[in-house]
Design a binder for this molecule. Structure first.
Ligand code: F6P
Length: 367
């Protein structure tokens, strides 16, 4: 009887609970035992009652609940080998040899490292007499499956990540609210949104709310006169009769010298150059919390079920899969290739080799 555990790691994302529910119920209906590891990797390191057997009813109400009920953490201990050693011991003691991790690229990289180290961790646990050979023998291989939970939509090899769509709705609702007060006073607003090094949230929100200007990390404004160009564009909109100005700044946005774009500087620019009555709103964690939208509930549910199928199909020679969505279909891709490609995108941005207009599926991109 397979024992499958799920944990959520890194920043919470709306829909993570639906993923936990999907894994738990799919595991039980396929005749497996389901476990939830509380507080992310910290729960694996701590063991004991942080690893809880889950029944069908334990995930009732999870579909519509925001955040992650089983908790998450950015765990330092798991980044070091002694922490992973402790985690391996706890899993063997519980009889668990399959782990579904729902988190961002950092969390998923940690998961695959854990899988790669697994045999040597078990060997060390036997050598130090923490476990016996009989105890470790049935657990020769650790199955890892990645589910991408991140509001940033910043993982390669999947079109969308769990939580990003809800977050985008939240941002657009906020900008709609800001727009009505902006129009009333004929004001300008600089709105800063999350996304870390990825501009997807800012770009999509800008399109959906008809923003005047958008700053994203992938495509810094070009030329030394970009501030003049921005002001000219905003003035043109005003001359056409627009009573509001919305500038969206992705928190990771950079200028043409790779320096961070500051929302405060943009506010001062609009005030000083265009004499607009300008305010700044940093949306913050309101973007990340709250109920998941329908898309995220269903995406996470389908991916949770697929994660269990992937566990049951896996073996020592099958690379750890990442469950994604490509062209509206739930997909399985190679987790480490997806993580590596995500790193390539970050490097391309740092090289000013802007990827905003590139199709990441284009093989030329990887050369
Ligand atoms: O990765 C998700 C995210 O919300 C980013 O958009 C943001 O930069 C970061 O996490 C904030 O992290 P914290 O919640 O630890 O402040």
């Amino acid at each position: 009887r397979r024992k499958i555990a799920i944990l959520t790691s890194g920043g919470d994302a709306p829909g993570m609970n639906a993923a936990v529910r999907g894994v738990v119920r799919a595991a039980i209906s396929r005749g497996c035992d389901a476990y939830a590891v509380h507080e992310g990797y910290q729960g694996l390191v701590d063991g004991g009652n942080m690893i809880k057997r889950m029944g069908w009813d334990d995930v009732q109400g999870y579909l519509s609940t925001g955040g992650t009920v089983i908790g998450t953490a950015r765990c330092k201990a798991f980044r070091e080998r002694p922490g992973r050693l402790q985690a391996a011991k706890n899993l063997v003691k519980e009889g668990i040899d399959a782990l579904v991790v729902c988190g961002g690229d950092g969390s998923l990289t940690g998961a695959d490292l854990f899988r790669a180290e697994w045999p040597s961790l078990l060997q060390e646990l036997v050598e130090t007499e923490e476990l016996t050979e009989e105890e470790t023998e049935p657990f020769a291989h650790l199955n890892i499956v990645g589910l991408v939970g991140s509001i940033d939509n910043d993982m390669a090899s999947t079109d969308i990540t769990i939580g990003a769509t809800t977050c985008l709705h939240r941002i657009c609702e906020s900008i709609d609210s800001i727009s009505s007060t902006a129009s009333s006073h004929s004001r300008a607003f600089v709105v800063e949104v999350m996304g870390r090094h990825c501009g997807w949230l800012a770009l999509m929100a800008g399109i959906a709310t008809g923003a005047d200007f958008i700053f994203i990390p992938e495509r810094p404004p070009s030329g030394d006169d970009w501030q003049d160009n921005m002001c000219a564009e905003i003035k043109r909109h005003r001359d056409l009769g627009k009573r509001k100005t919305i500038v969206i700044v992705s928190e990771g946005a950079i200028d043409n010298n790779l320096k961070p774009i500051s929302s405060k500087d943009m506010m001062d620019l609009l005030t000083d150059r265009l004499h607009l009555d300008t305010r700044m709103t940093i949306l913050g964690h309101v973007q990340r919390g709250g109920k998941p939208c329908v898309f995220d509930r269903n995406l996470a549910t389908m991916q949770g079920v697929e994660a269990v199928e992937a566990v049951l199909a896996s073996g020592p020679d099958v690379p750890s899969p990442m469950i994604g969505m490509n062209e509206n279909t739930i997909s399985r891709t190679d987790l480490m290739k997806a993580v590596a490609l995500t790193g390539d995108v970050a490097k391309a941005i740092a090289r000013k080799d802007f990827v905003g207009a590139m199709d990441l599926r284009d093989p030329a991109f990887n050369q």
